[in-house]
Design a protein around this ligand. Structure first.
Ligand SMILES: [Zn+2]
Length: 226
């Protein structure tokens, strides 16, 4: 025993680079809401518009079910040389107990779930990575052991924007700018209906980073900064 997937929550605290990461959650319940017309979209195109317009690098943690629901948006992400693609499980299930109210899968299904998600993402090409983020950031030793054979790096993050189910954008800006430092990994969501304030907060977050002399960079560059 002894091998365990490594976990990172930030890069070196030197330099000026920070990683903006966006999770693309998708559960069966979310798919049902889309089908029933209860929500319009879980893909926030205003975030992509802004990042593209301002030429800002970012890293997207994609669930397999989100990719299958939004193939065109996935193509758009993969087609941008500033964007990296990473893995956020197939259907956003939890692999530990008491992880918010997420549906739960047994830990012995974790490696298969994550491998399947890489297979879903891979055909889109672009900047593929072996980064993986647990739903709800919930993980334990058993879950990390299970992922070791896949050669993934588990990415938590040190700056939680708190954007899920936010009803105002200012608290998100404050949450990010109060905690961001060189090497930080900022956690946000691209899921629109479940994170409706993120696109409104983002211009202010980008401006605040500029004021602090911090520069968004792809996660792989933030983690390998000298
Ligand atoms: Zn998530």
């Amino acid at each position: 025993m002894g091998t365990r997937a490594p976990v990172v929550d930030h890069g070196p605290r030197t330099g000026a680079e920070v990683a903006l990461t966006f999770d693309a959650d998708m559960t069966d319940a979310m798919l049902a809401s889309l089908r029933a017309g209860r929500v319009k979209s879980y893909a926030n195109l205003r975030i992509l518009d802004l990042l593209e317009r301002e030429q800002v690098p970012a890293t997207f943690f994609l669930t397999g079910k989100w990719v299958q629901r939004y193939p065109d948006v996935t193509r758009r992400i993969a087609g941008n040389p500033r964007f990296e693609l990473a893995n956020h499980t197939y259907g956003h299930a939890a692999f530990t107990a008491d992880c918010y109210d997420l549906p739960r899968l047994p830990v012995d299904e974790l490696a298969g779930d994550v491998a399947k998600t890489f297979e879903v993402i891979k055909p889109y090409g672009g900047r593929q990575t072996r980064y993986f983020r647990f739903p709800g950031l919930c993980h334990d030793a058993a879950a990390l052991d299970a992922l070791a054979p896949l050669g993934v790096t588990v990415v938590d993050g040190d700056v939680v924007s708190g954007d899920p189910f936010a009803t105002a954008w200012k608290p998100l800006v404050r949450a990010v700018l109060d905690h961001v430092r060189p090497g930080s990994i900022v956690i946000m969501h691209v899921t629109e209906a479940n994170a409706a304030m993120t696109d409104e907060a983002l211009p202010h977050i980008l401006a605040g980073l500029r004021e602090r002399g911090l520069v968004p960079a792809p996660l792989s560059e933030v983690l390998t900064a000298p």
